[in-house]
Ligand binder design. Structure first.
Ligand SMILES: Nc1ncnc2c1ncn2[C@@H]1O[C@H](COP(=O)(O)OP(=O)(O)OP(=O)(O)O)[C@@H](O)[C@H]1O
Ligand SMILES: Cc1ncc(C[n+]2csc(CCOP(=O)(O)O)c2C)c(N)n1
Ligand SMILES: [Mg+2]
Length: 333
């Protein structure tokens, strides 16, 4: 169904009221839009959605974006925020080796939030759902003192065993699908006022609108990955999560983690360290996997280290030495 604008550009969520706001969101999603393979029985518009149970099991995850903490409206359009909310949720589904199927979105905001911004947000959610092959099946709207977007993602294993954080074994290859560092570089640029720049467009987009490699999750599972996680809080912090859960250490190879050429100039300009972005920057939602030695890595993955012995002391080594730099993002730090 074609989405219609609900009111004048100046209209706010509060003046529109809950029912018309929900109607404007629903104008963008109908059951008929649901991709094949989702198993949608009842779509949005009723008290709850109904999905046919997928083969093998359901995979469930939730994640929240808070204005001021995770995005700023001065930096990100409504569509950026909607797409990022969907992406960070689906990345956790992929990080289990599963396929995104559906999303619920709970949206709380001040009454003064422009209705057009909320429409854009819904369009961003819908666009990322389409990219992931998933359906937006429901949500909620409520009032709050800042914008808060909580997604709840549903995935399917399709009968393949989920890949946990706890299966890495000594001798495994550590592999990365995607890149780490660009989202942190983009954040640093935005924080210093660079909101428009052709030169840094890739980095700004990486922060505003991550593009997780969803298909690489199930591909890793099918290839026999022993452990899998998405890099949301920084490569070192997320590698440490695998290491601790598996009772091993991950030794990262410095030569495989050289910063991309376009991270170097902004780091110099901002007096930052490009390698620190690569190792500790969050929000890239790349997939970090371990595979038994000799596994043919699935498309998109490249080796960045090895799994070594030891469950005491630092969980992550860098070129064989304990990584003594920061580890990554943590709330309330
Ligand atoms: N409030 C909570 N109640 C129940 N379980 C929680 C809560 N907060 C986190 N968890 C669970 O703790 C585990 C670790 O959470 P963590 O945030 O580290 O991983 P994540 O969901 O992959 O995070 P990210 O958002 O960075 O991708 C997850 O299984 C998550 O479901
Ligand atoms: C305004 C603003 N300030 C700071 C940041 C950085 N940031 C927020 S959450 C997060 C890690 C992932 O969180 P989670 O584990 O909750 O998914 C990072 C690196 C931002 N994006 N916007
Ligand atoms: Mg995760």
């Amino acid at each position: 169904m074609a989405a219609e604008s609900v009111g004048s550009p100046a209209e706010s969520a509060g003046s529109l009221g809950e029912d018309r706001l929900v109607a404007s969101v629903l104008a963008r999603v109908t059951g008929a839009d649901a991709p094949a393979g989702v198993g949608l029985v009842v779509g949005p518009g009723d008290d709850a959605a109904v999905l046919a149970p997928p083969v093998g099991g359901l995979v469930l995850s939730t994640d929240t974006l808070v204005e001021g903490q995770d995005f700023r409206t001065a930096w990100s359009s409504g569509a950026d925020v909607g797409a990022k909310a969907a992406a960070q949720n689906f990345a956790d589904i992929a990080a289990m080796g599963a396929r995104p199927v559906a999303l619920l979105v709970s949206l709380s905001m001040p009454g003064g939030t422009p209705a057009g911004w909320v429409e854009d947000l819904s369009a961003g959610v819908a666009a990322e759902c389409a990219r992931a092959g998933a359906a937006l099946v429901g949500g909620d709207v409520s009032a709050a003192s800042e914008v808060v977007v909580t997604g709840t993602a549903v995935g399917a294993t399709d009968g393949v065993a989920p890949v946990l954080r706890s299966g890495a074994r000594v001798g495994d290859v550590v592999a990365l699908c995607g890149e780490t560092g660009p989202a942190a570089a983009g954040l640093a640029l935005l924080e210093t006022g660079t909101t428009h720049s052709e030169e840094f467009a890739r980095l700004l987009a990486a922060q505003r609108r991550p593009v997780p490699p969803y298909a690489a999750g199930p591909a890793a599972a099918r290839a026999g990955a022993t452990a899998l996680i998405d890099t949301s809080d920084g490569l070192v912090r997320d590698a440490a999560r695998i290491a601790r859960a598996s009772g091993v250490r991950l030794d990262l190879d410095p030569a495989a983690l050289e910063p991309a050429p376009d991270l170097v100039a902004p780091a110099e300009r901002l007096g930052a360290d490009a390698r620190t972005w690569v190792l500790t920057g969050g929000e890239d939602h790349a997939l970090l996997a371990c595979f038994p030695a000799g596994t043919a890595l699935p498309p998109g993955y490249r080796a960045i280290g090895t799994v070594v012995e030891g469950s005491d002391g630092p969980p992550v080594l860098f070129g064989g030495l304990p990584w003594r730099g920061g580890s990554g993002w943590t709330h309330w730090a």
